[in-house]
Design a protein around this ligand. Structure first.
Ligand code: SF4
Ligand code: FES
Length: 380
C-alpha cells in the first residue's frame, strides 16, 4: 500500500485552513509552586523527558515558517529552563512576539534583564492571592506574594509591558477588587481575571475550588464596574465561570482555528487540555513536522470549523460564535468530545452541571491535593 501523500494533503488544506496566529510552548512541567488549580496534566513530565534545546529551537523555527506571530513561553515555570534566553533570541530573530508566562519567583533581576536584552517582548505574571498567608497556602510556597511584587517591579524597570494573571476560585474570588488594585499598584497595563478551568490538577481539586453562584455574580459586577472606571488606564480581561454560564466560551477561538500548543514532551495539541481526551491520538513534533500536524493531522481536523457540530448546535445561530464550546469540558462532563459543551443552557447536560457546582460550592471544601511530579495516580 502506498503511504499517504502528506505534502499534497497540506497544499490542499492550505486553501481552507487559516495560518495559526499563536503558539503556547509549555517548556516544562516543573514549577516551584504547587497550585491546586493548575491545568497541567496530573501525570507531570520529568525533566529528562523534556524536548532538548535543539528540539525546541527547531519547533520555534518551524512555527515562524508556519506563520505564527506570537509565542507564549509557559510551563510549569518556563524560567526553570536554563536555555530560555536562547529561545527568546531565536523568536526575536524570526520577528515573532514572545510572551513569558511566569510565576515570578525563579528569576533574578539580572536574568530578567538578560531576557529583555535577548528580545523578550512581554511578561505575564500569575498571582494566586493578594493576601500573603492565602498566597502561601494556595501555592504551598513561602513568601510568594512579596517575591512576585518585587519581580513585577523588575519587569517595569526593564521597560517590559506587564500583564497580571489572576486565576480565581472559591478561596480567592472575593479578592477580585484587591487583585485589580494590585495590578494598578505594580504598574501593569493589563490584568486577566480568569475563573479556574477544571482540567488536569484543577479537575482533581474541583470540589475544593468551586465558587458559589453568589460569589460569581458579585465578581462579575466588580469586574464590569472596574472595566468602566479604569478604561484607558488598565485593560481588564474577564473569563467567567463556565459552570454558571448561559452560553459556553468559544474555547481557543474554535478547535485548531488559530492557536496550537506544544507540550514539554513535544506533543502537539489544539488546546492545553487536549491530552485529557483519552480517545484521541496526538502527533509529536519529534516525529512529524509542525506544518503537517497543523494542516493534515486527524486530531487537528476532527473538530475544526463547524461541519462536525452536533445537531443541537448545527441548528443554532450561535454556532459561528462559540463553535459548540469546549471539547475538553464536553468530554469531561458527558464522556463525549463531540457533544455540545454542557456550559450551554440548551444542552441536556446543563442542569446537571449547574447542580453539581451548587452542591460542591455549598459543601465543606476538602483539603487541596497539591500538584507534584510523580503522582499520576491521584484521582478527582
Ligand atoms: Fe453554542 Fe451549540 Fe449552545 Fe448554540 S447550542 S449556544 S452553538 S453550544
Ligand atoms: Fe480543550 Fe477547550 S480546553 S477544547
Amino acid at each position: 500500500m502506498n503511504a499517504p501523500d502528506t505534502s499534497s494533503a497540506i497544499k490542499r488544506a492550505m486553501a481552507d485552513v487559516p495560518v495559526p496566529m499563536a503558539m503556547l510552548a509549555e517548556l516544562t512541567h516543573r514549577c516551584p509552586l504547587k497550585c491546586p488549580y493548575c491545568s497541567n496534566p496530573v501525570e507531570l513530565l520529568k525533566a529528562g523527558d523534556e524536548l532538548s534545546t535543539d528540539e525546541w529551537l527547531s519547533v520555534f523555527d518551524q512555527a515562524a515558517h508556519l506563520g505564527v506571530l506570537q509565542v507564549h513561553l509557559s510551563g510549569g515555570e518556563p524560567a526553570l529552563r536554563r536555555d530560555l534566553d536562547q529561545f527568546v533570541a531565536c523568536l526575536a530573530a524570526h520577528g515573532v512576539y514572545s510572551n513569558l508566562i511566569t510565576a515570578g519567583v525563579s528569576l533574578t533581576r539580572e536574568r530578567l534583564q538578560a531576557l529583555a536584552d535577548a528580545g523578550l517582548d512581554h511578561v505575564q505574571l500569575s498571582i494566586q492571592s493578594v493576601r500573603a498567608d492565602n498566597a502561601d497556602r494556595i501555592t504551598n510556597y513561602k513568601d510568594s506574594l512579596s517575591k512576585k511584587r518585587s519581580f513585577a517591579g523588575w519587569v517595569v524597570d526593564a521597560g517590559l509591558p506587564l500583564t497580571i494573571n489572576a486565576v480565581t476560585h472559591r478561596d480567592n474570588i472575593d479578592e477580585t477588587e484587591e487583585a485589580i488594585q494590585f495590578a494598578l499598584d505594580v504598574g501593569a497595563q493589563r490584568i486577566e481575571v480568569a475563573n479556574t478551568q477544571y482540567y488536569g490538577w484543577a479537575a482533581v481539586n474541583r470540589a475544593a475550588l468551586m465558587p458559589s453562584h453568589d460569589q460569581c455574580i458579585q465578581q462579575a459586577d466588580i469586574v464590569s464596574a472596574a472595566q468602566r472606571q479604569l478604561a484607558g488606564i488598565l485593560n481588564i480581561d474577564y473569563v467567567p465561570t463556565d459552570y454558571y454560564a448561559r452560553y459556553p466560551k468559544p474555547c481557543m477561538g474554535g478547535w485548531a482555528s488559530d492557536v496550537l500548543n506544544v507540550t514539554p514532551s513535544g506533543q502537539v495539541l489544539p488546546c492545553h487540555a487536549a491530552e485529557s481526551l483519552t480517545d484521541m491520538h496526538f502527533e509529536n513534533v519529534r516525529n512529524t513536522p509542525l506544518a503537517e500536524i497543523w494542516y493534515a493531522s486527524k486530531s487537528f481536523n476532527r473538530f475544526r470549523s463547524t461541519g462536525w457540530l452536533p445537531e443541537l448546535c448545527q441548528n443554532c445561530d450561535r454556532k459561528e460564535i462559540d463553535f459548540g464550546g469546549c471539547r475538553c469540558q464536553a468530554f469531561a462532563l458527558t464522556g463525549s468530545a463531540s457533544e455540545t459543551d454542557p456550559a450551554c443552557s440548551l444542552s441536556p447536560h446543563h442542569h446537571a452541571m449547574e447542580a453539581l457546582a451548587d452542591t460542591l460550592s455549598s459543601s465543606q471544601a476538602p483539603a487541596y491535593k497539591y500538584r507534584r511530579i510523580g503522582t499520576g495516580s491521584v484521582k478527582a
